[in-house]
Design a protein around this ligand. Structure first.
Ligand SMILES: *Cc1c(COP(=O)(O)O)cnc(C)c1O
Length: 367
């Protein structure tokens, strides 16, 4: 279970270099290939010239810039919400949301597979915590009906980070509306990728503010940058500005990043072919796995886990793939439940068909 890191000496992309060797990378969250998009690099360089490097302070002192303000307006439009608030990371955004919304006798109900940042957020809030079986909206309704609490929050990923499946948000939203609970959706892996406009899982399923009143997205994955946001109504955003300690007591996102993320949002729309190509590769991969007799997961997103089970075996396979020029670290407990160690394969619009063919061929040999 000992963890090690490998230092990459190139930019992120479908191929990276480690210790002088080129490896095909199937483990990145740069789903649209925007991390090296020439327009974004150019935008960033210009923005650094205007705004400098760091933000020099937290948002409430002097770190809030016109770049942040404009990005917030654009994010509100993009997600179809009244307002949005920019955070320095997704981890901090989740801490903020849960801590600001929890009151004295709140109950937090969370999916068993929710992201670690949500788990930490609920623990830090000191609320009562109840976990429910993965994706089971009936279990949520049962808990909500049978437990008294001052305020009830339901936490879920939009796209689950280690499994790639999409949360059952339509039934969950219905349950929360009936039982007067607040549904909080962390769409770190759906934002930019899913839905007709790339607005993520709420765009895919057509869920408005009434159904999903608290939406979190990040800029470090499909948008290829760094940072995060929360969007919702005016009251929610004001509450976060006034009360969320992980908003107030951290250095603001560098303004040049905010400018670059703004451009990345427009690229999500202008270059919709990236999403089309990504979904073609997902189909190619899943069809290929079936032909090889590998058990594909239920995921139809860019995250395509191959469950190995035993942690030692998962590491052995990952190392063999590495020797054959493919980078897919093994994901083990406590990141995933015991007995479900896996290869978390992720695809990107930056890959091409022949790279996915090579991956399939190699998996065929190794597995
Ligand atoms: C990556 C991730 C986060 C954390 O976002 P950062 O910006 O990397 O801190 C939060 N939630 C989920 C589901 C994630 O996958």
């Amino acid at each position: 279970m000992y963890r090690t890191r490998r230092a990459i000496s190139t930019a992120q992309g479908p191929a990276v270099r480690i210790a002088g060797r080129e490896l095909l990378n199937f483990s990145s969250n740069d789903y649209l290939g925007l991390a090296t998009h020439p327009d974004l690099l150019q935008t960033f360089k210009q923005a650094v010239t205007t705004y400098g490097l760091g933000s020099a302070s937290s948002q409430l002192v002097c770190g809030h810039s016109v770049a942040h303000a404009e990005l917030e307006e654009e994010l509100a439009r993009f997600t179809g919400r009244q307002r949005a608030l920019v955070f320095s990371s997704g981890y901090l955004a989740n801490l903020a949301v849960v801590s600001a919304l929890v009151n004295r006798d709140a109950l937090v109900i969370e999916d068993r597979l929710v992201h670690a940042s949500m788990i930490d957020a609920s623990r830090l809030s000191q609320a009562r915590i109840q976990r429910y079986p993965h994706a089971d909206s009936n279990a949520v309704e049962y808990v909500l009906k049978n437990q008294q609490a001052g305020r009830k929050l339901v936490l879920t990923d939009g796209v689950f980070s280690m499994d790639g499946d999409i949360a059952p948000l339509l039934p969950l939203a219905g349950v929360c509306q009936r039982q007067n609970a607040i549904l909080i959706v962390d769409d770190a892996h759906g934002f930019g990728v899913l839905g007709p406009g790339g607005g993520g899982v709420v765009d895919l399923l057509g869920l408005g503010n009434d159904q999903v009143p608290v939406l979190i997205g990040t800029f470090g994955k499909a948008l290829g940058a760094f940072g995060a946001f929360v969007s919702g109504d005016d009251v929610l955003i004001e509450l976060l500005i006034q009360k969320a300690r992980s908003y107030i007591y951290t250095t603001a996102l560098p303004p040049a990043i905010a400018v670059t993320v703004m451009r990345a949002l427009s690229l999500v729309r202008e270059e919709a072919w990236r999403r089309g190509h990504l979904f073609d590769l997902i189909r190619q991969f899943r069809d290929g796995c079936r032909q090889l007799g590998l058990r594909v997961s239920a995921s139809e997103t860019a995250i395509q886990p191959l469950i190995i089970g035993d942690a030692t075996e998962a590491v052995r396979i990952s190392e063999e793939l590495y020797r054959k020029g493919i980078l897919i670290p093994a994901i083990r407990p406590p990141t995933v439940p015991a007995g479900t160690s896996r290869l978390r394969i992720s695809l990107s619009a930056a890959h091409d068909e022949s790279q996915v063919d090579y991956l399939l061929e190699t998996l065929g040999e190794v597995l």
